[in-house]
Every structure is written in C-alpha cells, then in structure tokens.
Design a protein around this ligand. Structure first.
Ligand SMILES: [Zn+2]
Ligand SMILES: [Zn+2]
Length: 450
C-alpha cells in the first residue's frame, strides 16, 4: 500500500503509537464493520483486535467506546488562497481546518494570486506544505497560463515538479480547441484535469440559479444548461482523446445524467458534489444572505439536489468535495449581487451530511463514509483505509455529539461557513493523518481506558 505522503506533502511529525479502545470501526470498502481495538504502531494500522484485548504498553490509549473510527476523508477541492490572499487562508490554517473536519488529505486549487502556472510555483508550495501543513496536501497547477484560457502551461514539466493534476477552477476552459490540446497532454503526462464547468456566455452576470426563485427575487440568474452543456462538451472531448477528466462541483440534474451516460460509455470521467449542493436549494437565496447562499455553481432546485444524492448513491458521483472557498467579511458584507462567491466547508462537511442525509435515512452511513474518502482515486492516490498494514488515516467521530457551527470559532481564517449557526449532530473528535495526530477536539479528553 502506497502512503499518501509518497505524492503529497505534509509537515514532518512523530509517527504515533495509539490504541483506540472499543471503537466502532467502519470501512465499507475494506469490508470492516465491528467493534475493535484499533492498534496504531509507528504510524501504521498494526491490527484490529477484539475489543478490550489489545496490549497497551507504551501506547497512548483512547477510550473510544461509542465512537466511530472511519478511514479519514479526502477532499479533492480546496482553496488554500496561497499565494496572494493569506488574509483569507493559508497552508497552516487551511490544513488545520481540514484536520478538524476529519480529512487526511486535500488537493489545493491553483486560482491564487498569481495562479500556480510554473514548476517553480509548485515547488514553492510543496515547500510550504512541508513546513506547515497539518495534513498531506497535493497541488494542481493551472491548465492554461495564468488562467487566461489561451496558452497551455508546461504540463509535463509541472507533473515532474509534483503537480497532482491540472485545473483552472474558478474559470471554465472556454475554448474547445484549448481543452482538446490539454487532454492530449493529459494523456501523455498523467494526473487529471479537474473542470469547473460553466459557459460564460450562458452564465452572464448571473448570481444565482435560474428558476422560480430567481424570478421571484428578481436577481440575474445562471441556468443549469450553463453547466451541463460544458460537461457534455468535455465528456465528448475526453472520449475522443481517450483522456481523463474530473468534473468539479456538479450541481445540475442534467449534468449528473451526462456523467452517468459518459461513464456507461467507458469515458474516463469522475465527478464530485459539495455538501452545500447536497443539503441546500435555491430556496436558501430568498434570505439574500451572501454568507450562506452565494456560490458558483449556485444552489439549484430540489430536483437537482435529489439527482445529486442519487448520483452519489449510485457512484456516478464518486466523492464529496467541499470546494472550501474562504472569504473575508468585506467581500461578503455587501449586497447579494456584489458579494464574492464561495463558502467554507472543511470543518463541517461530514457533520452536515450526517445530519442532513444520514440521520433522516436518505443516505446510508457506510455510503457517506465511502464517498468522503472517494476523492483520492481520481488523482491516482490510494484511498485511505483501516486495513492493517496501511498508513494510519483515521477520523474518530462521535455520531451523537450535537454542536453549533461557529460557536467555538473556526480553524479556518475565514468565517463564511454555509452552515454557520446551525446545530449539527456528529462531530470529529480526533484525526490521524499520515500516521500522525493531526487534530484533537479541545473538549475531547483522552480517556485512560481501564
Ligand atoms: Zn469552481
Ligand atoms: Zn473551487
């Protein structure tokens, strides 16, 4: 088994020796479901012992009775805002937020100031991650130079420098000719091309989803076809070039349908959905609160939300991705039309989906756990697992814990959480990432088990 740190970068730390006593262990992909003592030795899952039987000498012991141990989560879509917008987030705060959300790895987007377009940019960021990241981070580089949509970056060289893939996220790749060329290079150099799908001609100056709600509140709107036509174009191009694409933040029912058909036809296509698109609809926009309801793609209708949930269930959408997009108050405390697009989500992703989808019986817990870690594979990384012998990547959760988002502040430097003030059920108590303890909830005291 290949550890995440073979490819991703993290601050060096002491490999942990740990016993999680009597944890409810659930790793559906590995076929593990039961109460065990989880023994971590030297940063690796050493064994899953019958409850209460693991020897505990020289290992920290956590009373995990009643708590769930899952494979830690993997987020393929995070905005760390470095370089250039460190007032919103940086490698340290962003990866602390990830650890607090139970993530053992993330992929950072390249739409920074300036964008990540050269091998030197990638090298500099990897050094920053080795200096200050709490969890392993991978970096994508842009597809086109400075995200101008015209000239391709040196994709082969960027891969050699360690870019896990490519993305102009924040912007679509407008030109089909440029997209086609990018796919030809992707086939050569591997990685993946992650796509923010939107036709700027159709989105115009829209600030929300086009539908009855936009008509009622009188805001300019972004139709679903702005996304779905581009997903269709790129699925066709990927098929033609036998290249690999990853569709980011799927939001519309029509897009899910296109990805489903493309997969059935054998296209190398993967897709993600964000917790806010899975939990909210455009009804949320009626309050005209840009802190919670303004993002791109916009929150869509209930039919779209149901299609995303069904896509997640079927595996048409293989992973949850937060699209964690930190912004400061000056970009959000303005009229809805002018506010920046984007919400944070790392610290609340699992809790929100557990509260909104698992507890009401819409989604199976095991399926959510599987999809929360599903974002590694599209980038050629191994899925976190609790299988003995694997690097320890564990999210220890209390599924009964109730908490109000934001009441204790955030690990993120920004506060634009889409679920601020909501009471959620289920909370990450501890995260082990790359064999090190990356996070402990402050109120979670390590019990000395008998
Ligand atoms: Zn995007
Ligand atoms: Zn994004």
């Amino acid at each position: 088994m290949r550890p995440l740190t073979d490819t991703l970068d993290v601050r060096p730390g002491e490999p942990v020796d740990l016993v999680l006593r009597r944890a409810s262990v659930l790793d559906p992909v590995a076929g593990i479901d039961g109460v065990f003592d989880v023994v971590v030795r030297g940063g690796e899952i050493a064994e899953l012992s019958p409850p209460g039987e693991a020897a505990v000498e020289e290992a920290e012991t956590v009373d995990a009775e009643g708590l769930h141990a899952f494979p830690a989560f993997f987020d393929p879509h995070v905005h760390l805002r470095v370089p250039g917008q460190e007032h919103k987030e940086d490698v340290e705060t962003g990866t602390r937020a990830a650890a607090a959300g139970g993530f053992c790895g993330i992929i950072a987007m390249a739409n920074t100031s300036p964008p990540i377009s050269t091998a030197a940019d990638v090298t500099a960021l990897r050094e920053q991650a080795r200096a200050g990241a709490s969890v392993p981070v991978g970096f994508v580089a842009t597809v086109t130079v400075d995200m101008q949509g015209e000239e391709l970056t040196e994709m082969v060289e960027l891969r050699e420098a360690g870019a896990v893939g490519f993305s102009d996220d924040g912007l679509p790749i407008r030109s089909a000719r440029v997209m086609r060329r990018a796919l030809q290079y992707q086939r050569l150099c591997g990685g993946n091309i992650a796509l923010h799908e939107e036709d700027p001609e159709l989105s115009g100056d829209g600030v929300m989803h086009e539908g009855p709600v936009s008509a009622a509140v009188g805001l300019s709107a972004i139709p679903s076809v702005s996304e779905s036509t581009m997903v269709a174009r790129d699925a066709a191009l990927a098929a033609h070039e036998e290249a690999r694409i990853h569709v980011q933040h799927l939001s519309a029912a029509e897009s899910v349908e296109i990805v489903r058909a493309a997969k059935a036809a054998g296209v190398q296509i993967s897709a993600e959905a964000s917790p806010h698109h899975l939990c909210l609809t455009d009804e949320e926009v009626r309050g005209l609160d840009p802190w919670r309801a303004k993002m791109n793609p916009p929150l869509r209708g209930e039919r779209d939300r149901q299609a995303l949930i069904e896509g997640l269930r079927e595996g048409v959408i293989e992973c949850v991705a937060t699209d964690h997009a930190p912004h400061q108050a000056e970009e959000k405390d303005v009229p809805f039309e002018q506010a920046a697009m984007g919400v944070t989500g790392l610290e609340t992703a699992f809790a929100a989906l557990h509260t909104e989808l698992v507890r009401p019986g819409v989604l199976d817990l095991g399926l959510l756990v599987e999809r929360m870690a599903g974002g590694a594979a599209p980038f050629g990384l191994e899925r976190p697992t609790l299988t003995p012998g694997a690097e320890a990547n564990i999210a220890l959760c209390d599924l009964g814990a109730e908490w109000t988002v934001g009441e204790d502040g955030y690990e993120s430097r920004s506060q634009n959480s889409w679920c601020a003030g909501r009471t959620l059920t289920g909370r990450v108590q501890m995260t082990v990432a790359a064999g090190r303890i990356a996070f402990r909830l402050r109120s979670f005291t390590l019990g000395v088990a008998p």
